[in-house]
Ligand binder design. Sequence first.
Ligand SMILES: CC(C)(COP(=O)(O)OP(=O)(O)OC[C@H]1O[C@@H](n2cnc3c(N)ncnc32)[C@H](O)[C@@H]1OP(=O)(O)O)[C@@H](O)C(=O)NCCC(=O)NCCS
Length: 199
Amino acid sequence: MRAGLWVITVVTMRKFAAKDGSVFILRNPRINDAEKCLAYVNSLVDEGAKILLNKRQTLKDERIWLRESMKKIKKGQVIYVVAEKDGAIAGICHIAKREYKMAHIADLGIGVVKKYRRIGLAQAIFNEALRKARGKGIEIVKLCVLADNAPAKNLYKKLGFKREAVLKDEIKCKCNYTNVISMSLYLGKQRKSGAADGV
Ligand SMILES: CC(C)(COP(=O)(O)OP(=O)(O)OC[C@H]1O[C@@H](n2cnc3c(N)ncnc32)[C@H](O)[C@@H]1OP(=O)(O)O)[C@@H](O)C(=O)NCCC(=O)NCCS
């Protein structure tokens, strides 16, 4: 190696062995993942998962979403961790950094396909995303979860998230309204609210 030339090896792939012995590759998304991402997201839509999306996506939608996401990843605005098994996507976690006076906050999204649930995969992709988020100035991770999504609420509690507020009737699906709960996780020390906070 020439003097002054450094080769930096960035670890972009990790293996995760789940509770049941299944092994997953945890990695960044790639531009040619559109079909795999489509199968993943439509599996959540088809099972009626308690997520915001209420209609199947098309390959065109997914290609556009992936292209935009790749740009944001390059700019350091978002971190994605994809869990892959047998050539298919088993789960995705993202942490998206807000901007300007909210740049200390990032928003979390997570999902795991039905056949790989309850084996610790959500925890693993969250921990990997959090590991990648360290050192990027993120102090608080926030999320919104449907009030009737018990598995997700339990997961977030287990990961250390605390309930912040209830947003009434945020979701309307087939004439039924559902509340949304906002939760947050402080990565450092939590600031004490005072009179100046209006609380
Ligand atoms: C919520 C979700 C991501 C959990 O994924 P998962 O890989 O099954 O979660 P894990 O195996 O890592 O479980 C971690 C913890 O979460 C809780 N949990 C997960 N699924 C649960 C369930 N069905 N019932 C009760 N608690 C559950 C448990 O505390 C669990 O720990 P334990 O297994 O030691 O008891 C998954 O159910 C999912 O993708 N659901 C559909 C999409 C969705 O709701 N996304 C969140 C939107 S806010």
